[in-house]
Design a protein. Structure first.
Lengths: 317, 346
């Protein structure tokens, strides 16, 4: 995969849990333009292993002197976000992928309703730039625990004006999904990024109100969940790989020297899909890509976020 | 290295000719003695110097004449260029990709100078020199895709990605193998591939779609496609069928090697940055049977491939009328020797 070398140009502690990183090219040239909602994968070599974590790009997709990402320090982090917070400093060099967009704006929408929860605001930070540039009709609904923990409210007020609607738990202000989604003109598209209950809430509300699936968009990158340790046998490579509890199957396979294809590493894009030849326990599917029936068939697995409930798995790799 | 651009025609008197260098670099599409559809997509990476794969967009000795032929076709039928309104970001993406590629790969012929968003483009072979504001269509003589599509060899379709498929929402198509942009514009992947025999039942189209939906920036891909055309005619469109369809009746045993051209399309696909769209580039190479036969290895291979071609494919590619004559003419070169795998001429 073509990677881009970048230098960390600035780091800002935005809230007690969120840091904002600014990346520039070593030679001072511009980074590639991208489309609102894109993410990059940041590769971190740390303590003998490589983390590759996806982060949404913030800021202007067309003025790309720098890339901006924000990282929330996750509780129960396997290390990726903690490493970004503790070990990355200004001046260091990192490798990133080219931008990939799995959360695109629908260009033909008559109106866009953006719904963000907490750190889920990040993909919208580039989408609003595109929407403003195109003069599109939109509203941004941003829910968070408290103003102290909410990132970028001032910037958003500047960029969105009265299109921004904030909801702070600590003020007792709640976003009424039902009211919001039952009163939109035909041709509206809704986009949600945030914690799982919020995403599920928007998807279910939209479904109950009769929204077409094609007008409802969500993005939920999953950090690879920790689990039990297990062995995976790679049939074509003739290799047996031990997957430790705190490592994803994809990471363990890469550490063993095999390079399967991947893109988002968050259970969304489907690129790393592998065929399961044998399994001694049920599969623990954590991705958003496979359909329910594909998951039930136990023939496919996304190694970036999924695991086995058993002790041993044989893959066609 | 400066190219020598030819004065030649792709219609009426058909003065189009390939130089020996052009024959040698022809992208011959048959690595094996039998042909069948497959997902034959590979990374569009830099090939050998002088090959058609050296650069993202290949410019050759026919450049000026092809652009001229395209201008004639567009002047006669404005419908060969279409762009739906939501494709404007993709139009600028295309212009940027084409200008940056051509100016960096063929600096003696094309130059691009950027001063912030003020860009100056010079195309010496076509005598074009314009300064414009990137992102502002009113500063160009035509909208960006229309402007730049006329200055690159090959047809172009801009695809929009939405609803888990790809839509052909813009195009400049003047050298097509009998398909119509006016008919296909706005169609989804499965709609425009509907007529392809065999491929759908083999699951080829679904796999190719899945692959392309994940196409990444800076990682373009390519494949070759092919058909045969009577005369070196670029515009074999359904719109102009009356001008070329009847030529198939003029082929006989005496003229088959000069009239019949193997038409190879170097198809490449690039993810576009601002629009998240894809540009599908279809670069057409025409080579007469006679020129192909200057390399006996190619003549043998082409004979075997054609001799074993499935009748459905012969019909789909519009070759039924003259196909037996092609096989018969090529048979004189085929001694049955094993020529191994690969598309090389020698």
């Amino acid at each position: 995969m073509n990677m881009i070398d970048v230098r960390v140009a600035a780091i800002e502690q935005v809230t007690p849990l969120i840091k904002h990183f600014k990346f520039v090219k070593e030679d001072g040239s511009k980074l590639p333009p991208f489309s609102g909602g894109s993410h990059i994968v940041v590769a971190l070599d740390a303590e003998g292993r490589t983390y590759r974590n996806p982060y949404s790009l913030m800021g202007s997709p067309t003025e790309t002197d720098a890339y901006h990402i924000s990282v929330r320090r996750q509780e129960n982090s396997r290390g990726g976000s903690a490493y970004m917070h503790e070990n990355i400093s200004v001046g260091m060099t990192l490798k990133i992928t080219h931008p990939v967009n799995l959360f695109t704006l629908a260009k033909m929408a008559h109106k866009h309703v953006l719904i963000a929860g907490g750190i889920g605001i990040t993909p919208f930070m580039s989408q609003i730039e595109d929407l403003n540039r195109l003069g599109a009709e939109y509203e941004l609904h941003y829910a968070f625990r408290s103003y102290k923990q909410a990132a970028f409210v001032e910037e958003l007020q500047k960029a969105c004006g009265n299109k921004l609607h904030c909801y702070s738990d600590s003020d007792g202000k709640r976003l009424d999904m039902d009211a919001l989604l039952s009163n939109q003109p035909l041709g509206t598209h809704v986009y949600v990024c945030g914690p799982s209950p919020m995403v599920v809430g928007v998807l279910e509300t939209a479904k109950n109100l009769g929204w077409p699936d094609s007008n409802v968009h969500n993005e939920q990158f999953l950090a690879p969940p920790v689990g039990e340790s297990f062995k995976v046998q790679l049939a074509k490579s003739n290799l047996e790989v031990q997957v430790p509890a705190e490592m994803s199957m994809l990471e363990a396979i890469e550490a063993a020297g095999v390079q399967p294809e991947y893109l988002c590493r968050g259970g969304v894009c489907g690129r790393c899909e592998l065929s399961v030849l044998e399994s001694d326990g049920g599969l623990e599917h954590n991705d958003h890509f496979l359909t329910e029936s594909e998951k039930a068939s136990c023939k496919k697995i996304m190694p970036c976020v999924s695991r086995t409930k058993g002790k041993r798995l044989v893959l066609d790799l | 290295m400066a190219l020598n651009f030819k004065q030649e025609s792709f219609r009426d008197d058909y003065t189009y000719k390939n130089s020996p260098e052009a024959i040698k670099r022809f992208p011959f599409p048959f690595p094996e003695d039998q042909y069948m559809y497959s997902v034959n997509i590979e990374p569009h990476t830099k090939g050998k110097p002088g090959s058609v794969y050296e650069f993202p967009f290949d410019i050759d000795e026919h450049y000026v004449a092809e652009c001229h032929d395209r201008a004639i076709t567009l002047a006669e039928d404005a419908g060969r260029y279409q762009a739906l309104p939501h494709m404007m970001d993709a139009q600028w993406d295309f212009l940027e990709l084409a200008m940056e590629s051509l100016s960096s790969d063929y600096p003696e012929h094309f130059t691009l100078t950027k001063n912030g968003s003020i860009w100056t483009w010079e195309n010496k072979p076509l005598g074009i020199h314009d300064t414009f504001t990137f992102g502002d269509s009113t500063t160009l003589p035509r909208e960006p895709f229309d402007y730049m599509g006329r200055q690159v060899q090959g047809d172009f379709v801009l695809l929009d990605q939405r609803d888990e498929t790809l839509y052909a929402d813009a195009g400049m198509v003047t050298c097509q193998a009998d398909w119509s942009l006016a008919f296909n514009v706005g169609m989804s992947w499965r709609e425009w591939h509907g007529p392809v025999p065999k491929a759908t039942e083999l699951g080829v189209m679904d796999r190719a779609l899945k692959y392309l939906m994940n196409l990444q920036l800076a990682n373009p891909v390519r494949r070759l496609n092919w058909t045969m055309t009577v005369n070196p005619r670029l515009d074999t469109s359904p719109e102009n069928y009356p001008h070329w369809g009847g030529d198939r009746n003029k082929v006989n045993a005496d003229n088959v090697s000069e009239l019949i051209h193997l038409r190879v399309e170097l198809q490449s696909l690039f993810r576009l940055p601002r629009s998240n769209g894809i540009v599908f580039s279809i670069r057409c190479y025409l080579m007469s049977l006679k020129d192909i036969a200057t390399y006996p290895r190619w003549a043998k291979r082409l004979h075997r491939v054609q001799k074993t071609m499935h009748p459905d494919l012969i019909e789909y590619k519009g070759m039924t009328k003259f196909h037996p004559l092609v096989v018969e003419w090529l048979s004189q070169f085929d001694d049955g020797a094993d020529i191994g795998v690969g598309t090389q001429p020698e």
